[in-house]
Write a protein of this length. Structure first.
Length: 334
């Protein structure tokens, strides 16, 4: 979850129990060009103090003025529309023809704020639905297909990590990778059928799976926001995961090991029902070439490659061609 939205929620929580009315303003629909996308949030208090943004300026100023003048309901949700005409677009700083619809939602004493923050602190994805008629908010676990929606009667927003990472193997490198990845908006799943390895796992707010790696991939139902990385150095485990992962829509599939080991791995994968195109999706050796030697350095190299892929700053071909040095050391550092 991005830091701006988290700041809005933390601000709402800090204001609970005060004497002033509090609102959460959410962009629910946009038409044409708009300065902020649907889902953007803005916290507003009765004295005009605010956090977050729905437009970057003039709309916030109008909402602040309405709050100070007592022109916002503290008891019921309401919809506000901005833009649509040249005069309105000019007044509120919207691009010509742009229209924004906002839900203005009272949150005085709302217990859902704390409950949502607790789930987010545990790196969980949360589905929040609010009924415009009653103002009732419900929280539930968000699935891969859940996204923002608004039908005029109910608003659904999704909060929490936008990315999921399945790590095969509960070794030392995996622990460093999991901790660092949590800071980059990943929900972490660890799969290791070996009881002795699971017993040493100590990274909080992660999901530890004791099933076989191929079963873990199937259970996770990878989508385009899923990363799967095999780190056990045991082909009996890593290859099981890769066989399923490379056939899935997973955004990134990687495996630890040297160039030679990964060349042998690709030959093994060709013996199964994988196409050459699917096998070419494998980032093996995994990680960018930054001279990594230790488990935490290898974790940094892996995340650096993921960041590059996510930001599309480096092509897939160049990523595959630039980590020979790293993989020389990976044989002894997993």
């Amino acid at each position: 979850m991005n830091s701006v939205d988290l700041s809005v929620l933390n601000t709402l929580q800090a204001w609970q129990g005060g004497n002033l009315p509090v609102w959460l303003v959410t962009v629910v629909q946009t038409y044409g060009s708009s300065p902020r996308p649907a889902g953007s949030m803005f916290a507003l208090r009765g004295d005009g103090v605010s956090a977050g943004s729905v437009s970057g300026g003039c709309i916030e100023d109008d909402l602040v003025q309405r709050a100070r003048q007592g022109r916002l309901s503290s008891a019921a949700c309401e919809i506000a529309a901005y833009g649509g005409t040249h005069e309105a677009a000019t007044r509120f700083g919207l691009p010509c023809g742009g229209v924004m619809r906002l839900l203005i939602e009272p949150v005085n004493g709302a217990q859902w704020v704390q409950a949502l923050l607790q789930r987010l602190a545990a790196h969980k994805r949360v589905r929040r639905s609010v009924s415009l008629a009653s103002g009732v908010v419900e929280l539930s676990d968000a699935g891969p297909a859940d996204s923002l929606s608004f039908d005029g009667r109910q608003l659904v927003t999704v909060h929490g990590p936008h990315w999921r990472m399945l790590i095969i193997g509960a070794g030392e490198t995996s622990q460093y990778l999991a901790r660092m990845a949590q800071a980059l908006d990943y929900e972490i799943f660890i799969c290791d059928p070996r009881e002795e390895m699971r017993a040493s796992w100590n990274v909080s707010d992660t999901t530890l799976l004791d099933i076989m790696p191929d079963e873990a991939v199937e259970a996770l139902q990878p989508d385009a926001a899923t990363v799967i990385i095999a780190l056990t150095h045991d082909p009996r485990l890593d290859d099981l995961a890769l066989l399923e992962a490379l056939k899935s829509p997973a955004f990134y599939v990687g495996a630890l090991g040297s160039q030679a080991n990964n060349a042998r791995r690709r030959e093994r994968l060709r013996q199964f029902d994988l196409t050459d195109l699917q096998i070419e999706r494998l980032y093996g050796p995994v990680g960018l070439d930054i001279g990594s030697r230790t488990p935490p350095e290898i974790a940094v190299a892996i995340l650096a490659q993921l960041i590059a892929c996510r930001n599309r700053q480096v092509t897939a071909t160049s990523l595959h061609e630039t980590h020979t040095t790293l993989t020389i050391h990976q044989e002894t550092c997993a």
